[in-house]
Structure formats: C-alpha cells, structure tokens
Design a binder for this molecule. Structure first.
Ligand code: SAM
Length: 260
C-alpha cells in the first residue's frame, strides 16, 4: 500500500540536492543565479528566507531521464556511466526495493569517487507511486526520456486499470516529456505490448518511432538506450535466460498544436 507516501506540492518543493549532492546548488550561487534555468521560487507570496531554503534543495541540473517502476535498478546502473552528464531518476513503489537501490547507489558512489568512467552521482532513486502526481515531481517538458521496462502485466481484465499505461497516464507522460522526447517500452507479455502500442498510438501527443531508428547495431543515443533496456534490466536478463520474447516499442512526444 502507498498510504505512507508523501508527495511534493510542486517540483520546486522537492529536495533534489539530497538526491544528487554533487549537483547541489549552493546558497551563494542562488543569489546570483540568473542562467541556471532552475526555478527555485514558485509562488509570489514566498518570503526571501523561503527562497533561500528552497534553493539549498535545488540542483544545477534537472532530471531528464525517468525510469518508471525501476525495480532493482539495473537500467539506472547501466545508463549512469553511458550518460554521465544527465541526471537520471528511478521511481519505485516497493520500499525494500527502493532501499536496496538507494544503498547500491551510495556504495557505487564511494567505490567510484575517483573514477574517470562514471561516479554514479547522476543517478538516484525515489519511492513513489508513479500513477499518482507525476507532475508534482517534474515540470512541464522537463524530461527527454521515460522508460517503462517490463511493467507489471496485470493479466486479468478487471486489473487492467492498474496498468501504468492508459489514456490518462499517457497524458501525464506527455506533460512531463518535451516535444521530441521518447517513451521507451519493453515487455515479454505480448498482450501488454499490444495494449501499450494501442494506447500510445491513439494518444494525440505521441507517434510511434520506426524500428529503423532504434534496432540493430550502430551509434546514436536511441539505439544505445534500447540496447541497454534489452540487456541490463533485471527482467530483461530473466527473459533472456528463459529464451523468452522481448517486445520493444518507442513513442515520440509530438509538438503541441498551435492555439487556434
Ligand atoms: N523495470 C524493472 C525491470 O525491468 O527489471 C522492474 C520490472 S518489475 C516487473 C515492475 C516494477 O514496477 C516492480 O518493481 C514494481 O514494484 C514497480 N511498480 C509497479 N507499480 C508501480 C507504481 N505505480 N509506481 C512505481 N512503481 C511501480
């Protein structure tokens, strides 16, 4: 159950600096901050001390990749050194699993503190029910990638409402994803794959990405991310061991139509 979960009132109320301490925005920087692009004071009736207090929780960069239902974090740990300049956030509802990922990130940061190939300062995990209040964590168009890797299938018809892809949730993904950004999906359950494809294709803010853009060898960030998603998630490894199928589908956030 998620009764004990708390949610920030807005993205500016989040303590981002405690998640990404290496990217913490210092107080002195806040006073002269004019180029950071990080909005540290949301509403008009804040006092100056509120602004300072909030700024100490802000970071010099915003999260741009979210792994929804990250489980044991395999994707995060693989993405971290590949995209060292991007802040990546795993979101997971189970407390013990979140704690496991948290502890592993802490250990990796210590072990790799002097590493040239990645210090794991750019990944973090948060316990949350992502079916609720996603826009409280991210501002409009903040993310460039959202991963939905092996979501729980909820096979029975009456359980379908628990799936993390639906018209309503897709509208939330569209809100936090910037135009041109991509939702990456993978599952071993054909029925769920078809469900996800159907729901994203009928949503006006998404269009399907052609296989030629992401399949096979070759360079490019999209291909690289798809390779990692296929091989580095815990579920992806399990399916590999059982010689199961993996169904991949990507959806690009389209531009919003101009106001009439
Ligand atoms: N993505 C990981 C992977 O590919 O190995 C884990 C896949 S696992 C089958 C699905 C995960 O989603 C579980 O860890 C589950 O706790 C989490 N989950 C399910 N519903 C969620 C929700 N509403 N919010 C956050 N996490 C959720």
């Amino acid at each position: 159950s998620d009764h004990s979960l708390t949610y920030p009132k807005s993205p500016a109320d989040m303590d981002w600096a405690s998640l990404y301490p290496a990217y913490s925005l210092k107080k002195s920087e806040e006073v002269v901050n004019d180029a950071g692009g990080m909005e540290v004071c949301g509403s008009h009736d804040e006092t100056p001390s509120d602004k300072i207090r909030k700024s100490t929780r802000a970071t010099t960069k915003n999260v741009e990749i979210a792994d929804i239902g990250c489980g044991f974090g395999g994707l995060l740990f693989a993405l971290a050194p590949q995209f060292p300049d991007t802040l990546i956030l795993g979101m997971e509802i189970r407390m013990s699993v979140t704690e496991y990922v948290h502890d592993k990130i802490r250990a990796l940061r210590v072990q790799n503190a002097a590493s040239d190939t990645g210090t794991y300062q750019n990944i973090a995990v948060l316990r949350a029910n992502t079916m609720k209040f996603l826009p409280n964590f991210f501002t409009k168009h903040q993310l460039h990638s959202i991963f939905l890797c092996f979501p729980d299938p909820h096979f029975k018809q009456r359980k379908h409402k628990a799936r993390i892809v639906s018209y309503t949730l897709n509208s939330e993904y569209a809100y936090v994803l910037r135009p041109g950004g991509i939702v990456y999906t993978i599952t071993d359950v054909k029925d769920l794959h078809e469900w996800m494809v159907g729901h994203f294709e009928k949503h006006p803010s998404f269009e399907r990405v052609g296989e030629e853009e992401y399949d096979g060898e070759g360079d490019g960030e999209i291909r690289q991310r798809v390779r990692i998603m296929r091989t580095e998630t815990e579920e992806g490894k399990k399916v590999e061991r059982n010689n199961g199928d993996k169904f991949v589908a990507l959806f690009r956030r389209t531009e919003d139509p101009p106001w009439p």
